[in-house]
Write a protein that binds this ligand. Structure first.
Ligand code: HEM
Length: 327
């Protein structure tokens, strides 16, 4: 009798364990992003986003760079949840004004335009976080960079975190060790980090971010390059916002020139040059400088990996009606 009760108890326990396992598995499946996420609910989502992004980049080519960076600055702060897009409000303290974003991150209005175009075709379905991820891919493709299949199904946060933004977004003064450790905390390897930094093959930086480096007279910067850059970046603070291309050779096309520059000590930011300055990532930089196809495919894989950082899925988060505010 006792044995029978024990047997049935143990079979109840094992059934319960099986149910728990199934629940865990199904929530894990639910939590996964998928490229077909909107196929039934908003079949025109991708086409609509693409049209908005392409027309914005056609108006201003630099926008491609700004949109790739916006997705990055979203994903590194509490995951890819569009938290970067939230404006200040009574319940939100925006991430837009932390030092790494303030007067620097741009493209917010382009995401708003894409969102309103998508809302016209399928209201309340497509998240701002997914629009950021798709915009980054479309931007890369438009300026001659790699393309990839974007996984979808992220939802939007109801919170923003300036303190996490200031902690988790890299700074141009960071050492190679701190950058590696920061990217590591986001599940990204040294190779991912170097590949992703290759997006500095397009876009611009402000004088304030590279002034110390070009006036350093250090041995890790090409003297001719430093003197050219000084012409438009005076030592006085009124030149702080003057722009220079991150890739001096082909600033408008997405290629592997960024890595060739690093080999010649012509990285604009200190955080660029640390990737090739006698440290552990030198060999990756050399490889990408020699083999553009490897850079392209590694960049695409790393962007997919970055887009996977802590998404809100299932019933977590919301689909914002406008990207800059919580519904
Ligand atoms: C490794 C650490 C990184 C640091 C320290 C860093 C820092 C910076 C800085 C200081 C600027 C110039 C901003 C300005 O002057 O307003 C910049 C621009 C840019 N960054 Fe990074 N970045 C890093 C990694 C990345 C990654 C991983 C991506 C993309 C996945 C990226 C994409 C861009 C792009 C495309 C621009 C040009 C933006 C524009 O022209 O609007 N960066 N970055």
């Amino acid at each position: 009798m006792v044995t029978a009760v024990r047997i049935s108890l143990s079979s109840v326990a094992s059934r319960a364990a099986a149910v728990v396992m199934m629940l865990l598995l199904s929530s894990a499946c639910q939590a996964q992003l998928s490229s077909t996420f909107y196929d039934n609910t908003c079949p025109n989502a991708l086409r609509t986003i693409r049209t908005a992004i392409r027309s914005a980049i056609a108006r201003e080519r630099r926008m491609a760079a700004s949109l790739i960076r916006l997705h990055f600055h979203d994903c590194f702060v509490q995951g890819c949840d569009a938290s970067i897009l939230l404006d200040n409000s009574p319940s939100i303290t925006s991430e837009k004004f932390v030092i790494q974003n303030n007067n620097s991150a741009r493209g917010y209005e382009v995401i708003d335009q894409a969102k309103s175009a998508v809302e016209n075709v399928c209201p309340g379905v497509v998240s701002c976080a997914d629009i950021l991820a798709v915009a980054a891919r479309d931007a890369s493709e438009y300026v001659g960079g790699p393309s990839w299949t974007v996984k979808l199904g992220r939802r939007d946060s109801t919170t923003a975190s300036p303190s996490l933004a200031s902690r988790d977004l890299p700074r141009f003064t960071d050492s190679l060790e701190s950058l590696l450790s920061l990217f590591g905390t986001k599940g990204l390897s040294a190779r991912d980090m170097v590949a992703l930094s290759g997006s500095h093959t397009i876009g611009q930086a402000q004088c304030v971010t590279f002034r110390d480096r070009i006036y350093s007279n250090g041995s890790d910067i090409d003297a001719g390059f430093a003197s050219t850059r000084r012409r438009n970046c005076p030592t006085t603070a009124n030149g702080n916002g003057n722009l220079a291309p991150l890739d001096l050779v082909t600033p408008n096309s997405f290629d592997n020139n960024y890595f060739k520059n690093l080999l010649q000590k012509k990285g604009l930011l200190q955080s660029d040059q640390v990737l090739f300055s006698g440290g552990s990532t030198d060999s990756i930089v050399s490889e990408y400088s020699r083999t553009p196809s490897t850079f392209s495919s590694d960049f695409a894989s790393a962007m997919i990996k970055m887009g996977d950082i802590e998404p809100l899925t299932g019933s977590s988060g919301i689909i914002r009606r406008i990207c800059s505010a919580v519904n």
